[in-house]
Write a protein that binds this ligand. Structure first.
Ligand code: OGA
Ligand code: NI
Length: 361
């Protein structure tokens, strides 16, 4: 979205950050510099905390051959991860490492294309599907040091291939395959989430609806000469039901807010990061936390990640599950339309504010 500051005044606005970084010797222009000092003072002073970020084995959770006591213990781990962290590292997810490698290769292949090639996928006529930078909605917004390729991958009949790169040649095929496989992971996860809450196993599956949506967002973070003063992505929560993130295999950057401290998310090879997003927090009546997270940049190395956002069918309404409301835990959120929530989310996101407050009773 265009800002009232036209590109005449600030030539860097709207330009891919990747190109800006290349031209400027990785030096961020003023619009990218955060205003409240640097972001180091809030960082986890206790490195052992990051190793306590929970890892959950989805195979143990879903397999009929898992002994009952082991399944129980894994469920407990999942529950505690979702209540106190809002996310976990998923292993045993069944997606072959070779597919994850291929996906990373095509993602890198796309971002390695010349700028003019990538700009062919710039969104036109307000298309959400697009290659570009984070949208600029206000003149005082501090910009994210990242580019992204944003694509609707589900419902399949709504895919807009105009925005799906045909170079690398296997890009479309690999993204399709990955989206099929991650959907199974998502299903298994939300079924387990319902069980942990004592709800009927298909509670979230039904809420999601047949026409549920998946957006894929490929994030590209160029190296930055002032990583302490810049955000790759400013602090935010995600807006949908859950998000599945494939991190860069070598370069860290993601951090999660836990008890007032930013904790680094370590790289667990071939694990998928799964986080609770706002709509799960609402439906679970606040029992599961939509995790606040941010991404920092690296002075020397680029970083690429892929987030798959699971969003309810647009015609749905959401509210806390009846069974999770009682005298000790009164209703925390109103009933809201998914459509309205998403509108509010987009408004709040660019300002670094939380949309969920809008849905509170
Ligand atoms: C996001 C996000 C994390 C990452 O795209 O919403 O939080 O590691 N990405 O890039
Ligand atoms: Ni996010």
């Amino acid at each position: 979205m265009a800002s009232s500051l036209g590109s005449d005044q600030e030539p860097q606005l709207g330009k891919p950050v990747q190109e800006l970084a290349a031209i400027n010797g990785r030096e961020p222009p003023p619009r990218y510099i955060i205003r409240d000092g640097d972001h180091n003072e809030t960082i986890d002073g206790n490195p052992s905390l990051s190793s306590s970020i929970p890892t959950v084995d989805l195979q143990l959770l879903s397999s009929p051959s898992t002994p009952a006591n082991e399944k129980e213990a894994e469920m407990e781990k999942l529950g505690s991860a979702l209540r106190s962290w809002g996310f976990f590292q998923a292993i045993g997810h069944g997606i072959p490492s070779s597919l994850l490698d291929e996906l990373r290769n095509v993602a890198k292949g796309f971002f390695d294309l010349p700028t003019e090639e990538k700009l062919k996928y710039t969104g036109i006529d307000g298309s959400i599907d697009s290659y570009g930078t984070d949208s600029v909605v206000s003149d005082d917004q501090v910009l994210n040091w990242s580019d992204r390729l944003y694509l609707l991958v589900r419902p399949e009949n709504q895919r807009n291939f105009r925005y799906w790169p045909d170079n690398p040649v296997r890009f479309r095929e690999i993204l399709h395959e990955y989206s099929m496989k991650t959907s199974l992971v998502a299903q298994a996860t939300i079924k387990a989430m319902a069980r942990v809450l004592g709800l009927e196993e298909n509670y979230f599956v039904n809420q999601l609806g047949d026409q549920y949506r998946i957006y894929a967002r490929f994030n590209y973070y160029p190296p930055c000469s002032k990583p302490d003063l810049v955000y790759g992505i400013r602090p935010h929560t995600d807006g949908g039901l859950i998000t599945i993130v494939l991190q860069d295999p070598e370069v860290e950057g993601l951090q999660v807010l836990k008890d007032g401290q930013w904790i680094k998310v370590p790289i667990v090879p071939y694990a998928l990061l799964i986080n609770v997003a706002d709509q799960t927090e609402i439906m679970s009546n606040g029992i599961f936390k939509s995790s606040m997270h941010r991404v920092l940049t690296n002075p020397d190395r680029e970083r690429i990640s892929l987030a798959m956002f699971y969003l309810l069918e647009i015609v749905k309404e959401i509210e806390p599950a009846d069974a999770l409301i009682d005298e000790v835990r009164p209703r925390l959120f109103r009933k809201v339309k998914v459509k309205d929530y998403e509108k509010e989310f987009n408004r709040s996101y660019s300002q670094g504010k939380r949309a969920i407050n809008w849905a509170k009773v």
